[in-house]
Design a protein around this ligand. Structure first.
Ligand code: S3P
Length: 415
């Protein structure tokens, strides 16, 4: 089957998380539209409701949030579920609040590194205990002082935690990143009335005010799955409408174009974030390319689906500096190599580099494993569409973590 038609991805997960979590420090009420319905963002909404924001769904995608103005409930235990963004950004928010907060998560989140966030927050004056560097975590927040911090890894979650602590600290705080990562926190801080000075990424102690309303652009990372799949599935032509086109998120479009994918992109400037329409068509002449370490943050969540595209491109595609993928919701390098490998792909990993040699036809297998990782599950489902197969994919229900309507959209586009 080919993929044909128009679709609108759900509201962007990264932006939805931030709107929810930043409401803890903000006053006022905001009407949000196209807000993400995904399970990860529900973890953030659950957390902010427990901590003092008021959250009210008016209809699908329509959410009203009244900010907590910093008056957080001082003794709270929070289940962050599968969501690293919820946990890491909350650590930054709560570092500046008085009280004791316990943050925990599911089996996958309990394996992910949290010490990297605890380190700068402790220097700022918060008391943070991790469990061998992982969660459960106890945060005792309080009076913070600003710091100038150089991030050891390009991580938007880490950067955001320091900036959210920074707006609560005495003095100014700046963050230096090895490579620019997604900048939604900076854009939303500016929209909420705190100034983030560039290029130093410097903030002062500030009060936040929720805007009257905000429309969340469609999730670029969700759109990426069907756009990339259309490029490799013969006869396909799909159009994603209302997609976030923030350049710190659209590295996958550049890589697809470099590989020879036929794309049409129309950009609009939005209130705080650019968005637009992206059309992708079956592209029979795909060629391999090299993706440098400096590009990875702009496509970090799209490496699994780009790896699938690379299996259909002529030559060896190389993703450099992808070590962070080993500590996502699953070890994504191992997952992609083993599962696409079972289907006949030629994939090798070496330290923090991923090599894919193509083109290789993908064959149908009876059973695959997504390791409960949403992005692996969607990659394997689309690989199976390409292979004309319908395998059992263990852990496929995890797609709800970022894209609850994935299967419906896949059915609607399948011709
Ligand atoms: C995210 C940042 C990235 C990304 C994750 C969402 C964010 O993680 O992989 O899906 O919303 O800030 P890192 O900060 O660990 O790179």
């Amino acid at each position: 089957v080919a993929l044909k038609g128009v679709f609108s991805p759900p509201g962007d997960k990264s932006i939805s998380h931030r709107l929810a979590l930043m409401s803890l420090l903000a006053s006022g009420e905001t009407k949000l539209t196209n807000f993400s319905p995904c399970a990860d963002v529900r973890s953030s909404l659950n957390a902010v409701s427990l901590l003092g924001s008021e959250v009210r769904w008016e209809a699908a995608g329509k959410l009203v949030i009244r900010g907590a103005e910093g008056r957080t409930v001082p003794e709270a235990a929070i289940d962050c579920g599968n969501s690293g963004t919820t946990m890491r950004l909350l650590m930054g928010v709560l570092a500046g609040r008085t009280g004791e907060f316990v943050l925990d998560g599911d089996e996958s989140l309990r394996k992910r590194p949290m010490e990297r966030v605890a380190v700068p927050l402790r220097i700022m004056g918060a008391e943070i205990e991790t469990h061998g560097g992982k969660c459960p975590i106890t945060v005792r927040g309080g009076n913070l002082r600003g710091i100038d911090y150089e991030l050891p890894v390009a991580s938007a979650q880490l950067k955001s935690a320091v900036l959210l602590a920074g707006i609560q600290a005495q003095g100014s705080t700046s963050v230096k990143e090895p490579v620019a990562s997604r900048d939604h926190t900076e854009r939303l801080l500016n929209l909420f009335g705190a100034q983030v000075l560039r290029p130093a990424l410097r903030v002062e102690r500030s009060s936040l005010f929720l805007p009257a309303g905000f429309e969340v652009p469609g999730d670029a990372s969700s759109a990426a799955f069907f756009l990339a799949a259309a490029a490799i599935i013969p006869g396909s032509e799909v159009t994603a409408e209302g997609v976030l086109l923030n350049p710190t998120r659209t590295g996958f479009l550049d890589v697809l174009q470099r590989m020879g994918a036929i794309l049409e992109i129309q950009r609009h400037e939005g209130a705080a974030e650019p968005y637009g329409i992206v059309k992708a068509r079956f592209s029979p002449e795909l060629v391999a390319c090299r993706v440098a370490a400096g590009e990875i943050p702009s496509l970090v969540d799209e490496v699994p689906i780009l790896a699938l595209v690379a299996t259909q491109a002529r030559g060896t595609t190389v993703f450099e500096g992808v070590g962070e993928l080993k500590i996502k919701e699953s070890d994504r390098l191992a997952a992609v190599a083993s599962q696409l490998g079972q289907m006949g792909a030629n994939i090798r990993t070496d330290e923090d580099t991923l090599f894919i040699e193509g083109p290789t036809p993908l064959r149908s297998v009876a059973r695959l494993d997504a390791f409960h990782d949403h992005r692996i599950a969607m990659t394997l489902r689309l690989a199976s569409v390409l292979a004309d197969a319908d395998p059992q994919i263990d852990g496929e229900a995890s797609v709800d973590i970022s894209y609850p309507g994935f299967h419906e959209t896949l059915r609607a586009l399948s011709r």
